[in-house]
Ligand binder design. Sequence first.
Ligand code: AMP
Ligand code: MG
Length: 324
Amino acid sequence: MRLLRRYPLFALLLTAPSLQAEWFQREEPIMGTSVAVELWSDEKAHAEKLIDAVMTEMRRIEAGMSPYIATSELSQLNAHAAERAMPVSKELFEVIDRSVFFSKVSGGAFDVTFASVGHRYDYRQKKKPDDGEIKKLLPLVDYRHLLLDRDGRTIRYETPGVVVDLGGIAKGYAVDRGVAILAGAGVKHAIVTAGGDSRILGDRRGRLWMVGIKHPRGEGSVIRLPVENMAVSTSGDYERYFEANGTRYHHIINPATGKSATGVRSVTILGEDATTTDAMSTTVFVMGVEKGLALVNRLGNLSAVIISDDEKVYYSNDLEGGDE
Ligand code: AMP
Ligand code: MG
């Protein structure tokens, strides 16, 4: 009643068209994960067309950047870049260039050449390389083997045997592309998610979006963060793993050891774009609590929530309301 008294009738009429609008959503399996789009629209056909466009874009990126699809541009690069400088698309160049940026700022914790060893793990088959194999292949894990020529837009691998996998950054990039499509079409409220990477456009119509951080060993969320206009990525040791002799072999590889990173169970990064939050969640996972938080605090424009091995929760300075 109070609402009615405070708002004159013409104001109610002005907002009337949006009363017919609603949320539209869809989820599809793409890039080895679940891709979801939810958006606010006042027309079903238009909403469905936009969701189609986002899904098509995600499939296009997968077709170009998957190292498991033999025809992908990345597979071609992996197959031939040690023989000669390969011309690459602007898009692939930018994603690899951005990857190298995160390698540099993290002292090599993020390294897309992790795959030179990482591809010897098979989490479904519960297979891992033995120590001898790791020792032999580990010198191939080094982003400095990637020779990027920005002017010629070519990439060459310095050494045969180097393998690049963009699994730590490409989903975030795809999410950013999806959001760009929606924003370009005038959508004001939406969320695009690919596995652990999401980007939110606008608010949830006057409210904030609630993003949950999972309990790394249990069911449901332990932490809920209210956000708007933001990207959020979580990397966890529970996403892809197997256990053998009491050790958890999971999909985030420490490039210094060729083995699964230890010390942390999940890392959530909040930031402006999903390419950054995706890469940084993987990066901070490898760096661990102390060094990881120091990097987040230093880079700025980013927030972090880290759940450590002993299930303690650590926050970056800005979330802590903290020291800086
Ligand atoms: P995310 O779930 O975003 O943390 O990404 C994990 C994925 O990143 C893995 O499945 C690998 O494809 C890739 N990855 C694993 N270790 C690294 C690393 N040290 N640097 C870059 N990418 C990595
Ligand atoms: Mg990530």
